[in-house]
Design a protein around this ligand. Sequence first.
Ligand code: ADP
Length: 558
Amino acid sequence: MNCYLYPEPSLFFFTYDLPGLLYYSHIPTTIVALLVGFFVFLNARHLLLNRLLLLIAVCFSSYTFISLIAWTNVHGDLILFLWPLFGILQAFISIFSIYFIYVFLTKEDVKNKIKLVFIALLTPVLLLAHTDLNVSGFNITYCDSFGYEGVPFKIYYTSLGVLAMIWILWLLVTHHKTAENNFKKQIVLMGTGIEFFLFSFFTTSFISTYLAGIGVLHNSSLEFYGMLGMMVFMMFIGILMVRFKTFHVGMVSSQALAIALIVLVGSQFTFADNTTSVVLTSITLIIVGVFSILLIRSVRKEIKQREQIEHLAGSLEKANARLKALDKQKSEFVSIASHQLRSPITAIRGYASLLLEGSYGDMPEKAMEPLDRIEESSKLMALAIEDYLNVSRIESGNMKYNLSDFNLRNEVEHVCDDLRGEALKQGLVLLFRTDLNSAGVVNADIGKTVQAVQNLILNSIKYTKKGTIKVIVRDIIVRKRIYVDIIDTGIGMNQETLNTIFQKFERAENANTANVHGTGLGLFVSLSMIQAMGGTITAHSEGDGKGSRFTLELPLAM
Ligand code: ADP
């Protein structure tokens, strides 16, 4: 049963009077699909994702191969035998596409339940493909290689394509919501590629055969355009492969693929026997070439940058280790130096006091002021030395804490009583208030807690020119916390200062003008000690000149 219009072909393919787009839509798309499919598979064949991509590519190329035979061959029996395979292959392309997207999104195999659904959807196509329900005859009259297809059957496998598009879209949208940024981009690329392919492939195939069936079109060449969707899909696969390493393919291999693609698409010129094909093949070649070059270039740049960053990170790590070693040495040095300084300064301070008190007889009036200065300066120096020593103890982990239950409320009140005179000297009022629901007992190191409270109140005195300093002890029983607020009307702090004051040696710019004495270590030491006892210190201020509020917080002993 051969087409009578044309002579018996000498070759397998019969190339006579064919639409210009036929070879172009079939051969380069198949080459690209197969090449990418096999390439991805051979590079990491253990990955299910890669295997599924190959299956889609093989089904698609089988489809195009049969289509090519149907278009070019005159053996009616052969075409009649092959025709039902269109439906089967389309059904497989739909199901493999869903499967592929599942694995891409979840990085694991689908559940058996879903596999059963896949099988159930494929079974009718497999069982009925070679029956009259699918293809009942073959029209050879015009040699247009057109089979009589059963409409319900065609609707069924086309519906599978529509189902695949909707199912895939749903999967993509739901996973996109929760995906991290980088994967979101991959989902968009993969989604656009596969949906474009499925849409163009199924709609053009259905519409063209339907229109040809009812006689609107002379043949179903509209489907050629649908096949080109595969090119677009493979382009997106290429981007995912090179930019995102989606298929675990190395850079060198990707370059090899790009070159192979260019060579193969270029080889199409031997098939291109009419102007349309030559023009289209040239355009494809240019697009594939430019695209490959751009992609590879961008990735190369990225790899270079990554190498540079890695190199920098390595150097930073080394520098950091060196800095740490230096910091340790510095702490040790400070510790030794401070210890050496502590005894002489204590002696200087002691003798100055004794001289001032008149223990060595009356001092001439003129000597009193210098002696006062010696005593004051040595006191400040002793405090600074204590700060340095504390820092080196904290950093070397040698700070010892003697925990015991004590009443924080009472201790804070004592500190206020002790410092009230100091505040008054500067014309400041120091108020103490409580708002307690418990007895105010904490389990902490009493000396260190008092030192931290003292430090905060002394800071308020130091950084307040006029006004009041309020100290409030309050608790929140349900949270099992007790708080000491120190609120002043002093120089305040801006956000930048607030961010740094708890770090070592950090002082605000306005601190120097308000009070030159200071090491920038007090808050660091206080916070470290309070944190070691399960509490914290926070600072708050509305801005420069607007006063400050420091809150020391400790767990209540209940
Ligand atoms: P020092 O007071 O010795 O400089 P601290 O660690 O105690 O060091 O304080 C760090 C910085 O925090 C101070 O230099 C000052 O800028 C700021 N600061 C601390 N307490 C107050 C406060 N009550 N009001 C305004 N600024 C403060």
